[in-house]
Design a protein around this ligand. Structure first.
Ligand SMILES: Cc1ncc(COP(=O)(O)O)c(C=O)c1O
Length: 386
């Protein structure tokens, strides 16, 4: 498919949450779905499965193929040598995060969150009655960084868990080996567990460096780490529900599995096979998407500079989400509300990602250039009309 071809009218026919949550004149730019159709091999499989009318329970645990493919992929792409015995399949990473928070800390224990951070993680801490210690990312040399001294200074005897999202959502930072090692050293010094959410790892741009799986840093830190991944972001499979969990040690696995399998959720045969096909047969599709997304990122940056120089953006190294600082616009209200009302564009609201999200929005640029331009033009017009 030529990603450029997608028109607003076509995109609006999508049945999912993204295009239906807001009024029909609003352009959605929030949830992390791409507007592009999935790769042909996945479409062919789903059509075939539907034609045969075969949608039974997955049920048993004997089909480990998606787990085997994940382990092979981690080795071939990232040099992370893991056994598929230490990997399991689930339906949903967010559900996995809720489980991890439940088993690695008690109510009122503390979880360290590098804010802004993917908001369901904050919601999970709130829902489960765990306290959050916010460690704001800092802007350094045109990139977002973790302040490790500040992070370590926050740790108390009630701190049990570090949340790592790498590549980071919403900043798009890809943390370096040195940074990840600093993170690991702190976890080891203070006996903390780590949740590593690496769902965006296949979406690095040409200037994005290298993805390093956190648990690949060494056995000591792997012992304390649970890693989540999936093909959901990279292959646009949010609707088919399949996630992967890697246990860095038996201790981590035992804790995780102390929650009943019924609560951990079932399996999804369509999601599992679609994920396997994505990882085995769709690398050309992904390469083409990445070229297009990088052009979109650069185009968006240029247009922001020309049309809305007061909106600041540190170019993201990975993923199709841009974290836009609207402080200098002095809107006097949450920019999400302003742009929804005045531009009829629905972004993700910054404050949901933590206190540092005030005056920010998260823009999803995984769409055709014409739809991206329409969003940017609407934004510029709304700003100029104030
Ligand atoms: C960092 C991160 N983790 C998890 C998810 C969602 O994963 P799942 O759909 O498997 O719950 C997203 C989706 O945007 C994400 O950005």
């Amino acid at each position: 498919m030529n990603f450029n071809d997608l028109t607003l009218d076509e995109a609006r026919r999508s049945p999912g949450n993204k295009w239906n949550r807001f009024d029909s004149d609003v352009i959605p730019s929030w949830v992390a779905d791409m507007d592009f159709p999935v790769a042909k091999p996945i479409r062919d499989f789903i059509i075939d499965q539907g034609m045969r009318g075969d949608l039974k329970y997955t049920g048993d645990t004997s089909d480990t193929s998606v787990v085997d493919v994940f382990a092979e992929r981690m080795l071939s792409k990232y040099g992370w040598n893991i056994s598929s015995q230490d990997v399991d399949q689930m339906i949903d990473i967010v559900q996995g995060i809720y489980i991890a928070i439940s088993v690695f800390c008690e109510p009122n224990d503390e979880v360290i969150i590098n804010t802004p951070m993917y908001f369901p993680i904050l919601q999970a801490c709130r829902d489960l009655g765990r306290r959050m210690l916010f460690n704001p990312l800092v802007k350094q040399k045109n990139r977002w960084e973790i302040d490790f001294d500040q992070l370590e200074a926050k740790i108390t005897e009630r701190t049990k868990l570090l949340m790592l999202v790498n590549p980071h959502n919403p900043s798009g930072r890809v943390f370096t080996r040195t940074e990840l090692q600093q993170f690991a050293d702190i976890a080891l010094r203070h006996n903390l567990y780590v949740v590593a959410d690496e769902i965006h790892c296949d979406l690095l741009f040409s200037d994005g460096g290298t993805h390093i799986p956190f648990a690949s840093l060494g056995k000591d830190i792997a012992n304390r780490t649970v890693t989540f991944n999936s093909a959901t972001k990279s292959h646009n499979l949010g609707g088919v529900r399949c996630a992967i969990v890697h246990f860095g040690s038996d201790d981590v696995r035992k804790r995780f599995e102390s929650i009943s399998p019924r609560l951990r959720g079932g399996r999804n045969v369509v999601g599992n096979i679609a994920t396997r096909i994505a990882w085995q047969q769709c690398s050309d599709w992904l390469s083409n998407v990445m070229i297009y997304l990088e052009e979109n990122r650069n185009h968006m940056q240029r247009q922001l500079n020309i049309l809305m120089p007061d909106i600041k953006h540190i170019p993201n190294q990975a993923t199709f989400l841009a974290w836009l600082d609207c402080s200098a616009l002095n809107l006097g209200e949450d920019p999400f509300a302003f742009f929804l009302r005045e531009a009829r564009v629905a972004f993700s609201a910054g404050p949901t990602f933590g206190p540092e999200g005030e005056n920010h929005i998260r823009l999803n640029f995984a769409t055709s250039r014409q739809i991206l331009d329409e969003k940017l033009n609407r934004m510029a017009h709304a700003i100029n009309q104030r």
